[in-house]
Write a protein that binds this ligand. Structure first.
Ligand code: CTP
Length: 243
């Protein structure tokens, strides 16, 4: 080995390697006219200049999906809330903080062939936002008002709707019922659902386990695996659907 270690080893058969390389470049050229948009990470809703409410989300699954689109030749845009992850080479990266910014940037970057909305968008923003830092008081009342539902707006838009609109559902209970409800109410083609009460997967973990619910009422489960493998399984299905 280049690192100085030695021992018994086995290389993949040269024919297999060539097959992989050919399929990689064939996919690249086949899909390079297709456009993908991915939202990822959490949004922040500011209470005052130094405080905000947010959702739990590492952004890992969304970033992995954007990377997989890029690897498969898609012209890819990633719109991300604040995460610890770095932008991805070859992917147009747009950093946002609030749901409102994410909404505007999403509209600015449509139309696309496929959009995957994996972001954990805060459902509410603060109505009584304070321009100045709020001083400590005994009881502080925040008034929350509903944020726009980005995916619903896009999926119900006559001109802007991508051919394939894919939502995520983070559920702690009734995964099946809630996902089917979201599929219909958000007018999605697919909902990718994960059970966020399971500590072994989701959020900060590198692994995930998801169920995909399709518009035709079928569904399938992708068993626990690395988020990058989940991403390539999803993108593989997108390519089949779009071609
Ligand atoms: N979503 C969105 N805009 C919002 C809220 C959610 O685009 N304001 C998208 C998410 O990116 C995800 C899907 O909608 O693709 C489902 O998000 P989720 O938080 O699971 O659902 P909610 O609509 O917020 O419903 P609830 O919190 O009641 O489960």
């Amino acid at each position: 080995m280049a690192c100085g270690e030695y021992g018994e080893g086995k290389m993949t058969e040269p024919n297999e390697i060539i097959k992989e390389i050919l399929s990689y470049f064939n996919n690249k050229s086949k899909n390079n006219k297709l456009k993908a948009l991915v939202t990822a990470g959490p949004t922040r809703e500011y209470i005052d200049p130094v405080r905000f409410i947010t959702n739990k989300s590492s952004g890992k699954q969304g970033y992995a999906i954007a990377r997989s689109f890029r690897d498969n030749g898609f012209e890819t845009t990633l719109i991300s809330g604040e995460t610890n992850l770095s932008p991805i080479n070859g992917v147009k990266f747009i950093s946002v903080k609030t749901a409102e910014e994410m909404f505007k940037e999403t509209l600015n970057n449509l139309p696309v062939d496929v959009a995957v909305f994996s972001a954990a968008v805060a459902d509410y923003k603060i109505k009584n936002f304070n321009d100045e830092k709020i001083k400590k008081v005994e009881n502080l009342n925040l008034i929350l008002e509903k944020n726009i539902d980005i995916i619903s707006h896009v999926s119900k838009h006559n001109e802007l709707r991508p051919k394939l609109t894919i939502g995520f559902a983070a559920e702690t209970n009734n995964l099946y019922e809630n996902s089917l409800k979201k599929l219909e109410e958000k007018n999605c083609d697919w909902i990718i659902a994960n059970d966020v009460s399971n500590k072994e997967i989701g959020f900060d973990s590198d692994d995930n386990e998801v169920s995909i619910f399709y518009k035709d009422n079928s569904n399938e489960k992708l068993n626990k695996m690395n988020k990058s493998l989940i991403a390539s399984e999803i993108v593989k299905r997108v390519i089949t659907k779009l071609n």
